[in-house]
Write a protein that binds this ligand. Structure first.
Ligand code: SDX
Length: 380
């Protein structure tokens, strides 16, 4: 039977498909603008803290001083892990991929926190709990795999300061802490990127927030999404010297290989977050007396734009900045998750408030009208 003429044209990767209405984030792909709840990311990166941005994403408005102080206190108070989860993290192979560890730990947190304790799906409680505990999960795993005892809690540290402390075991300098705080602001949300869409699909079935974030972490791990920051730094390690950038990158492009940190499904000009992170990479590099990565990336940016007309995205710079802070490469994407969990939670809450099961269709192109053949008649 001839297939019926396709009712719809398939948009692979759902490219340019508008799936739902949201008040959380606006991306102007042509103009290179990004707004969280109407506030320009450049304003927020200049003046806000990650805690303020998390509040903004969950409540749709900037917090008052009293609301921000309460949020900070709640986050600090929720950083601890339930003992069974701490033991679960300690039981994992120390060579586990940290994104697999994080996916397992978040799933475990949802399991160990009994329903009566686990906040209701529409509450911000779960968002607070997850945002507060991801740095602790990463810190515990990092200490264990390096043969060190878990760190004592530091309630005096902000969210970004505590993250750097959990990973490196030391307090960051003022410029390091602010650079990480800005990076967390920049990564907090980005509309319906793949991992956020995964979270919304999960939430749209009325599954719980912890399951939705577990889906999102598994999705963020991919090198075409959150995993690009690690690979962007691996390329710098491969190239070694700025004098080799043109030769190595051109050869890769000639082989139709992807240069991680470039291109974007939505931005057709430079990702505004990349512009901000580049400035911070220069600032932190200058203060550390190490502009090597900055100079390499400037040359890489020129070559990729000249050869492919592509612009940088935030993953080009985030890894090099984290390296300057002493963060191991395989923790770059977990840091992305530490920030994006705020956005994932905001989208899950929004989905619960205006629920619609997310279920697109596929255009069937397989055979029809086949009849069952007994196995004896199917040949050898
Ligand atoms: C993030 O969606 C989000 O918002 C994600 C994110 C967020 O905050 O959540 O912004 C975070 O994931 C940023 C992107 C990080 N990923 C990378 O840097 C990986 C490298 N980039 C690409 O793989 C690619 O650009 C994507 C996946 C990001 C977007 O790809 P598209 O929109 O599907 O574009 P495409 O694959 O159809 O490419 C179009 C053309 C192709 O050339 P031709 O084959 O037509 O000749 O551009 C080329 C591609 O080959 N191209 C690249 C390239 N990206 C696209 N060529 C070399 N290097 C690249 N990086």
């Amino acid at each position: 039977m001839e297939h019926a003429a396709p009712a719809e044209v398939v948009q692979r990767g759902l490219q340019d498909i508008v799936a739902l209405e949201s008040h959380i984030t606006f991306i102007d792909g042509k103009g290179g603008r990004l707004l969280y709840e109407g506030y320009d990311i450049r304003d927020l990166a200049e003046h806000a803290t990650f805690e303020e941005v998390a509040y903004l994403l969950w409540h749709g408005r900037l917090p008052t001083r009293a609301q921000l102080d309460e949020l900070k206190q709640r986050l600090v108070g929720l950083r601890g892990l339930p003992e069974p989860l701490a033991r679960l993290i300690d039981s994992l192979p120390t060579d586990s991929n940290p994104m697999d560890m994080l996916r397992t730990a978040v799933s475990g947190l949802g399991l160990f926190e009994q329903p009566e304790e686990q906040p209701g799906p529409s509450s911000v409680e779960g968002a607070l709990r997850l945002t507060a505990t991801l740095p602790t999960m990463i810190g515990r795993f990092q200490r264990r795999r390096t043969g060190l005892a878990p760190l004592k809690e530091r309630p005096d540290l902000s969210h970004a300061e505590n993250l750097l402390y959990q990973i490196t075991g030391r307090e960051g300098s003022e410029i390091e802490n602010r650079a990480l705080d800005v990076a967390l602001i920049l990564h907090a949300d980005h509309e319906l990127n793949a991992s956020t869409f995964a979270a919304r699909v999960t939430a749209s079935t009325l599954s719980d927030l912890y399951s939705a974030v577990t889906s999102a972490i598994g999705t963020l791990k991919g090198p075409l999404h959150g995993g690009a920051n690690e690979r962007a730094v691996e390329l710098l390690d491969e190239i070694q010297d700025v004098s080799r950038v043109d030769e190595v990158v051109s050869a890769k492009l000639a082989r139709h290989e992807r240069i991680m940190g470039f291109g974007h499904r939505v931005y057709k000009v430079e990702d505004p977050r990349a512009t901000i992170l580049r400035a911070w990479l220069h600032r932190v590099g200058e203060s550390a007396g190490n502009l090597h990565a900055y100079e390499m990336l400037e040359k890489e940016r020129e070559v990729v734009h000249r050869k492919k007309g592509l612009y940088s995205n935030l993953d080009l710079y985030s890894g090099s900045l984290y390296s300057l802070l002493g963060v191991p490469k395989d923790l770059f994407t977990p840091i992305f998750a530490v920030s994006r969990v705020a956005g994932w939670a905001a989208h899950v809450l929004e989905e619960y408030q205006d629920l619609r099961l997310i279920r697109p269709s596929a255009l069937y192109v397989g055979p029809t009208e086949l009849h069952y053949v007994p196995i004896a008649e199917r040949g050898p």
